[in-house]
Design a protein around this ligand. Sequence first.
Ligand SMILES: Nc1ncnc2c1ncn2[C@@H]1O[C@H](COP(=O)(O)OP(=O)(O)OP(=O)(O)O)[C@@H](O)[C@H]1O
Length: 718
Amino acid sequence: MIARIHYSNVRVDSLREPEPEMALTDVRTQDEEQEREHLAATLRLLTEELEQLNGSIDKSARTIKEQKEHMWTYWRDMDSAEKASFRTEINLSVLQGDHAVRRRQRIARLLESPYFGRVDFRRSDDDAARAYYIGVHNLSEPGTQEIVVHDWRAPVSSLYYDFESGEARFEAPKGTVHGEITGKRQYKIQGGRLEFMFESALNIGDDVLQRELGRSADDKMKNIVATIQREQNAVIRNETADVLILQGVAGSGKTSIALHRVAFLLYRFKDTLSSDNVMILSPNKVFGDYIADVLPELGEEQIKEIDFDRIAGRFLAKVTGYETFSEQVVKLLDHADEAAAQRMRYKATPEFVSCLDAWVTSRADEEFLAADIESKGTRLTAEWVADMFHESPGLPVFTRLDRVANSAVHLLKHKVVDRGGKWTAADTARVRKQVDAMFPYRDAYAVYKAFYDDPDRRGLFKPLGRKRIEYTDVFPLIYTMIRTARQDTYGHIRHLLIDEMQDYTPVQYAVVRELFSCKMTILGDANQSVNPFSSSSLPTIRNIFPEADCLELCMSYRSTTEITEFAQNISRNDKFVPIERHGPPPQVIACTDQTARILKLIEEHENSDHRSLGIICKTVAQAEKLYGALSKAGVGLTFIDYDSTAFAGGVIITSAHISKGLEFDEVVVPDVDDTNYATEIDRCMLYIACTRAMHELHLTLAGPVSRFLEFTSQSRVA
Ligand SMILES: Nc1ncnc2c1ncn2[C@@H]1O[C@H](COP(=O)(O)OP(=O)(O)OP(=O)(O)O)[C@@H](O)[C@H]1O
């Protein structure tokens, strides 16, 4: 085995300098031959490791079974120390078994494709270059511990992503290693077979990237380790930022990169960070399902997910009913009433957060009125109460009131009992009532409501009937709850990912800051807001996190040049750099019977090589109606609405809002007439819908074309 591995770690300088009389094709053949042998040797090593792991997993299972049988047989005769020691032994065996199972999963992945790249690097203090093969996981030769495949996250692997031929360096644990890259190769290995190999002196070769981008969409997001680009690598490997803000145009790989960043951080800080300590704040459950495979593919456990609706549920379930974000978006798409828009705009500013914060915190000083507390002939003076209350100025007001009440109950109860009296639960309740009466508000809801009594703010709080508040009040109210009473936080989370950052307001960020005191990666695209009245711009988010590192991704990878240029005409972003990849131009199809035309597009799709088609309507109601019509015609398609939890392949029908973050080989956008797409929010939806397409985009309409598509007047088809 050792000899095989030594052979495979062939010194590449000998490969690079062919004998003068050798023809180039001979060198290529020789290179390919050596690569095939290297692959075969690596696969042998993996197979041996797999067999060994299978053996140790079987052994672990047998040991656990025997240990359990032994424990049950002698359980009665064991003392508690023996029982505890037995349990520890079994737990240890289970842990070892789990570890071996995880390792086996990694080996199985490597057997499928052991590596995707190689970089030949000569250290400055070395005469010859050495080949470093790079894959999804590490693989070492068991005898020598020599690394045969380097994990893509290892320090040396950054050479592959960051440098072209020539001078290069990487950060090793002992300091910077300088040297020279003498060659780079990329491989496509599938099912253990070398399908192709590229020599690439430059950055991760265009050829491989083009092949990857030209592929059909999967029903799950896939990992991109083989083709991570340099600017993306900078985001993934940033170890220093406590908060990292990533602004990226549609399709620039923000979500992919954020997940790869998590995998990198889990590897880099494996002693202090585990997947249990990382959470993603995602826009919805369908999106959560779509991204669910990326981390497991990279050999990491899936991370927990949360969304703002669930945070709202946790706080408000017992307080009040409330409108959800999606209900707000639906309402806005239906009809944006100016007064509601004004309320949203007002509550979407950083000034609103400061103003609410100042008002809530000053309530304790301005409105708490200490009074005597009396119970069963015993009394605590107002001075005592005031001293007690002012002893903890840093605590939220209701927590301070609780402290006063608890201390008062404690003291009074002792006095009464010392005198031979009795103290009951009703006495405790009476004391609490007296303390509560010293502050004019019963709870956070009352405090929040009173904030709008100020003449300047009248009319800005408008509940939706009894016991139901607008979405725009949900997070201000939760913020008030946090500022007025102690709340449980997500203390165990050490890294939080926030996707779709533009959709969250400063007060939502204020809530996040209170609940998560951890490092964060915040990503989004200002052009993909779904609520123009309350979206946050990059400068706004930067102001909320002044300590953040801000990075930007401008190259878009998802769509063909034709689709990205089309989408740019709907909503321009001058920083946008489309990748050079061509396909058919988007079609705007004017027709009298859109359903019939869409049925024809579905039929064409089913006869094509494409795997997914997204029919993206402006609203969920429109999607549901069209779903009914298409299903009636016998088409098999999946309707996704706000309650859906899973993302499937094939033909999908949904709304633009729900399609955020998803992608399809082909997209159909129905009803692109000027009644349906007329307002700013409609423009956002149209942009989101069009940018979901990877290879083909079709838009259908039956009336005058939307004002946002006037640029297509020359190219419409009937
Ligand atoms: N370096 C890369 N190599 C291969 N594919 C890439 C690369 N970067 C991005 N992609 C692909 O581009 C597509 C878009 O990626 P992703 O969904 O992460 O982008 P995004 O910026 O979050 O998009 P959006 O904001 O529009 O939802 C995906 O198919 C992803 O695999």
